[in-house]
Ligand binder design. Structure first.
Ligand code: SF4
Length: 490
């Protein structure tokens, strides 16, 4: 077999941006690292599970030698009618492996599996490319569909694959895209022949459908404080400003931006002193009273729900940290809970929570909609604990408000009110509040990834992972205590 030039993933990358594919081939060292390991692992798990969606199947084993995969596919195709997974084909240097292929007597059906909960346009490009290869090889493809996760499915007992997955028939649109695919392949071939780095300005393609890993490289000549650094600005709005040559914060200081964006820009450009609205902060602080509790949950999300009464991608709390002070001038106490990996953590967590937090006390959270949301979900599955859990829920106050409402703002917060920005802005260089100095777990994403894996680790690693989780979550609530103390001084 001659050299393969394109694959499904390369084709999709070029659909997003030809230059991305060119850089990938010619300057891969410029690619930024992204933390995509968890997404990748989820994709693999979902793909493996979905293979069985139509019953027994023949799997074409992955081989670096693609020719071997293509030959194995040809052998499997002879046994029609059957189902083949990873069936592999090549047409004029365009290679694809079809996730699931139904090899019927009267033609084929192809299925592309995604771990997403919706059908995105790029998936249609992906399966259209596969359809193009198969139909040009002379196969009759009667149907093309995308298989994706049904996030309304609630697990009860054994996994029900027919309910866990949605299947959307996209045959019609795939047919309609065949000329487009042919032309795009010719365009890619021409583009990739260029020896010199081609010019391509940044645009919305840099974010859609996926954030491009060459963003840092393509924007390296922009000033450090540029329009894309404005916190929570819509990409479309930032791109419009960029195309109107309003790029640096200095340029933007003259623009009519919304007040939050303007505040971020002006504080940076004019080096303003911190803005502290003492009156509003004191008003806010009147809502907090003793005994005061500082609560933070850690959660995990699984595409394939592991536990009864849970949905795909549901945020399942497995850990909390709790600092508390009984009375004015009182000592700071700490309690915590961390479930056993592999077990449904929710009942145990809920029972411990009501044991650790008495009724009617003041409970604070940072971004309380998250903690409140999880508590409500616990109430739904444990109605016997409703009274106490809802008492906690109803007494939660949000420590984030002084920052999200910009009662307190300084330029070091960089337009953000996340505690990860607020904390170093309020307490610069405090080693006790440095998330980077923590062992193993430094953010919620890492906590979420590691927890379900602990059950499969050797004992020593389990211990380290659990210690890492406990230290991380404890710092989250300790940080809240420090923020509260700071606000109290005002
Ligand atoms: S950053 Fe944008 S322009 Fe640069 S390669 Fe990526 S998508 Fe293309």
């Amino acid at each position: 077999m001659s050299e393969v030039h394109l694959s499904k993933s390369k084709y999709c990358r070029a659909v997003q941006c030809n230059k991305m594919l060119w850089l990938d081939k010619n300057m891969p060292e410029e690619k930024s690292e992204i933390d995509g390991q968890a997404v990748l692992e989820t994709g693999i798990k979902v793909g493996e599970l979905a293979k069985g969606i139509f019953g027994e199947y023949t799997d074409i084993e992955y081989n670096e030698n693609l020719f071997k995969m293509i030959c194995d596919t040809q052998e499997a195709l002879k046994k029609s009618p059957n189902i083949i997974t990873e069936a592999s084909f090549n047409y004029q240097n365009n290679f694809c492996s079809v996730d699931i292929l139904k090899n019927n007597k009267d033609g084929m059906e192809i299925y592309e599996v995604k771990s997403s909960t919706e059908v995105k346009d790029i998936y249609i490009d992906d399966i259209s490319y596969q359809f193009y290869i198969l139909s040009n090889l002379g196969y009759k493809v009667n149907k093309a569909s995308v298989v994706y996760i049904n996030n309304q499915y609630i697990r009860h007992g054994e996994l029900d694959l027919s309910k866990l997955f949605n299947i959307e028939d996209v045959t019609e649109i795939v047919y309609s895209k065949q000329d487009e695919i042919k032309n795009k392949i010719i365009e890619i071939e021409e583009y990739m022949k260029q020896n010199e780095e081609p010019y391509c300005d940044i645009g919305m393609q840099c974010f859609n459908p996926y954030p491009c890993q060459f963003w840092e490289y393509c924007t390296k000549s922009l000033p450090e404080n540029n329009v894309f650094k404005i916190n929570k600005i819509k990409k479309k709005d930032a791109m419009n400003l960029y195309h109107n040559r309003k790029i640096s914060f200095k340029d933007l200081a003259e623009e009519n931006l919304n007040w939050r964006f303007k505040q971020q820009v002006d504080f940076e450009v004019f080096n303003y002193e911190p803005h502290i609205d003492k009156q509003r902060i004191r008003e806010f602080m009147k809502n907090l009273y003793y005994p005061i509790y500082f609560l933070d949950f850690e959660t995990m999300q699984q595409a394939i729900p592991e536990f009864d009464n849970s949905k795909p991608y549901q945020k399942i709390p497995f850990q909390y940290s709790l600092h508390y002070i009984e009375k004015e001038g009182g000592k700071l106490f700490h309690k915590e809970f961390l479930a056993e990996s592999g077990e449904d953590p929710r009942r145990n967590l809920a029972e411990n929570l009501i044991k650790d937090i008495p009724k009617d006390v003041c409970v604070t959270a940072y971004n309380m909609s998250f903690e409140k949301g999880r508590i409500k979900e616990l109430v739904e599955i444990f109605p016997d604990l409703e009274e106490h859990l809802m008492n906690i829920h109803d007494h939660i106050q949000d420590l984030m408000i002084p920052f999200s409402d910009r009662m307190y703002y300084c330029k070091e917060m960089q337009g953000s009110y996340s505690i990860k920005y607020v904390l170093p802005a309020l307490f610069p260089n405090d080693p006790d509040l440095d998330y980077h100095a923590l062992p193993l777990i430094h953010n919620g994403g890492e906590a979420m990834d590691i927890f379900p894996k602990i059950k499969d680790m050797p004992k020593e690693e389990q211990k380290k992972a659990r210690e890492g989780l406990l230290k991380y979550c404890k710092l989250d609530t300790y940080a809240m205590v420090k923020v509260w103390e700071k606000l109290k001084e005002i």
